[in-house]
Design a protein around this ligand. Structure first.
Ligand code: ADP
Length: 588
């Protein structure tokens, strides 16, 4: 509400001040137009009068006139002069031409035969007569006392033989010019030096005075009888200057009017030509323009307001968008942090589990190791005790046999401990050419008991040329023992307990494959069976170290240990080793 009031009040103020501001600019424009109208009016009047100016002097020189003035009472001369004047008056299209003697009486006139003949009229009071009588051509404008017609008078002295005998007067109509001023956009009028209007496009204004009709003024006008018997009145006007423009307020019955006034004093004619322009249209124009401007501004304001509102809405939306995005990012960060926390917890748990698993593995290993060592130790103890008894009883050969067994058992334990050293992956054997067939033979001795226990059959195929590989014989044997023992484990209790071992060469490599008829290795665990401590066997039975150690040993030889399942069932362990010849060839 307040806003509306403010807008209305400020608009009104803008209209008010804008109108007055613009008015002066429109006034300048109007003044420019009015001044050109004024120029035209002045030029038209000037042109009209100038044509007649030299004529009185020319006519004065005419013999008819000179002769008449020399003999003023001669009727024939008068007649001739009258005829002559009438002829040239109609020829020149002037109002009247007449001759006055030095007493001021008219003795010849172009209108001698008309109803308002000038003949016999005395014009001695007219300034144009007084001037010309003294030898100076003169000009004057006045309302004809006889004709009651306004006109512009040109007079010239008639000199005969060096003396002035009379005056010739030439009266010009001004109605034609005045007629063109009627009904135009501008009010055009001519005022005399006393401020009385002599000519006007608006007949009401004729003989009205723009200045107060003081006695002095009236006296001067009466002396020349410029306005004959016409009634002179004051025009109710107020003149003022605004911003350098002459304004005139004219009181009228239906409210006054304001006019812009432009005037030019014409010295030759001794009158002032005025052009008035009604300022109503100027103000209206200014007001319309200002209102249009205000309306345009209001419209622009409205458009601006709408745009601003839209922008504000968009900004708000953007801000919301940014906030939402920030919120989303914050949540994502939170979740990420949560995830990271959970992850690290998981890793910790995993690490703990691995640790626990390792400890469990160590426990298993300790159990298995103590079992492995305790049995031979118990056996050694038994053999040693009985050997003591046998020696006491003098049964030396049997006692020696016991000692041999003890020695063998110690060898076995030493080998076990080597096995453990291997697990520590500090190979104590250097690589060299190893005859695969020999290693297999040694292996058979070790695994024979296990194979027998599982009731398994091992078929060996050494191929045509048993290869020599680059390896360590004890460690290779260890690998084979592990793989064959696992195969025995796999087939134990099954109907088909066949295990086959094949050796062949492919290019520069020897391939040893151990295939069993067991259940094979499920794909899910195939990748993990080479991990340390991975076992599917019950507690105390498997260490989960065999394949891990074997894998590392084969890698140490620069070979490969892989497992696949045979299409007909059972696992196939494949050991790939570089041939010793190939190696030495390569070395050369
Ligand atoms: P362990 O024999 O002590 O379990 P290994 O490292 O020798 O440890 O073997 C790891 C696992 O690999 C075994 O527990 C078994 O699940 C699997 N495995 C090894 N050899 C065979 C085979 N010939 N057939 C089926 N599974 C086997």
């Amino acid at each position: 509400m307040m806003l509306v009031v403010a807008v209305v009040v400020s608009s009104a103020a803008v209209v008010f001040y804008g109108t007055s501001l613009l008015s002066s600019s429109f006034m300048a424009e109007a003044s420019l137009q009015a001044s050109s109208t004024l120029r035209l009016a002045v030029a038209a009047l000037d042109g009209h009068l100038k044509r007649y100016e030299p004529l009185p002097s020319l006519i004065a020189d005419h013999e008819n006139i000179e002769e008449l003035l020399a003999k003023p009472d001669d009727p024939a001369l008068r007649q001739a002069a009258n005829q002559y004047l009438k002829a040239i008056n109609s020829l020149l299209d002037s109002s009247d031409i007449y001759v006055i003697d030095m007493a001021g009486d008219t003795i010849a006139a172009s209108n001698f035969d008309g109803p308002a003949s000038f003949i016999g009229q005395n014009f001695s009071y007219r300034p144009y007569f007084q001037e010309a009588a003294q030898g100076r051509p003169a000009r004057f404008y006045a309302l004809g006392t006889t004709s009651a017609k306004r006109g512009y008078y040109f007079s010239a002295p008639v000199e005969v033989g060096g003396s002035i005998l009379g005056v010739i007067v030439f009266k010009v109509d001004i109605d034609v010019i005045e007629a063109t001023w009627r009904g135009g956009e501008y009010k055009i009028f001519v005022s005399d030096p006393e401020g009385i209007i002599f000519m006007s496009g608006n007949p009401d204004w004729l003989y009205k005075s723009l200045l107060p009709l003081t006695e002095e003024r009236l006296a001067r006008t009466t002396a020349s009888r410029r306005y004959s018997d016409a009634r002179l009145e004051e025009l109710s006007v107020k003149r003022r200057a605004v911003d350098g423009y002459q304004l005139m307020d004219v009181a009228a019955a239906k409210g006054g009017r304001e006019y812009l006034v432009l005037s030019e004093y014409v010295e030759a004619a001794d009158w002032t030509v005025n052009v008035l322009m009604d300022t109503t249209s100027v103000h209206a124009q200014a007001r319309t323009t200002v209102v249009a401007i205000v309306l345009s501004l209001c419209l622009a304001g409205l458009v601006l307001a709408v745009l601003l509102q839209r922008k504000a809405r968009r900004d708000q939306w953007l801000a919301m968008e940014i906030e939402t995005k920030a919120e989303l990012e914050r949540r994502v960060e939170e979740r990420t942090a949560d995830l990271a926390r959970v992850n690290s917890q998981l890793r910790q748990t995993q690490a703990d589990l691995i640790q626990a698993g390792k400890l469990a593995g160590l426990g298993q290993m300790s159990a298995a190791l103590s079992h492995e060592f305790n049995q031979p130790l118990a056996a050694v103890k038994n053999y040693a005790d009985s050997a003591t008894l046998l020696i006491e009883r003098g049964r030396a050969p049997e006692a020696r046999d016991n000692l041999t067994r003890i020695s063998n058992l110690i060898d076995r334990m030493a080998s076990l401990s080597r096995h453990l050293r291997n697990f520590a992956r500090k190979p104590n054997e250097k690589l060299g050419p190893v005859v695969v067939a020999d290693v297999i033979n040694d292996t058979l001795e070790i695994v024979a008991a296990r194979l027998a226990a599982a009731d398994a059959v091992l078929n060996i195929d050494l191929g045509d040329v048993p290869p020599i590989v680059n390896a360590g014989s004890v460690r290779l044997q260890q690998v084979l023992v592990n793989i064959i023992t696992n195969a025995a484990d796999a087939v134990e209790g099954l109907s088909n307990r066949d295990i086959s071992l094949s050796v062949r060469t492919a290019g520069s490599r020897a391939i040893i494959e151990v295939r069993d008829a067991g259940p094979g290795v499920p794909p899910a665990i195939a990748e993990r069976i080479f991990d340390p401590f991975f076992t599917t066997k019950g507690v105390g039975k498997g260490l989960g170290l065999g394949l891990s150690i074997s894998y590392n040993i084969v890698k140490d030889f620069g070979g490969d240990l892989t497992v696949t399942n045979h299409p007909e069932g059972g696992a196939v362990f494949r050991i790939e080793l570089a041939l010793a010849e190939a190696l030495s060839e390569a070395a050369e």
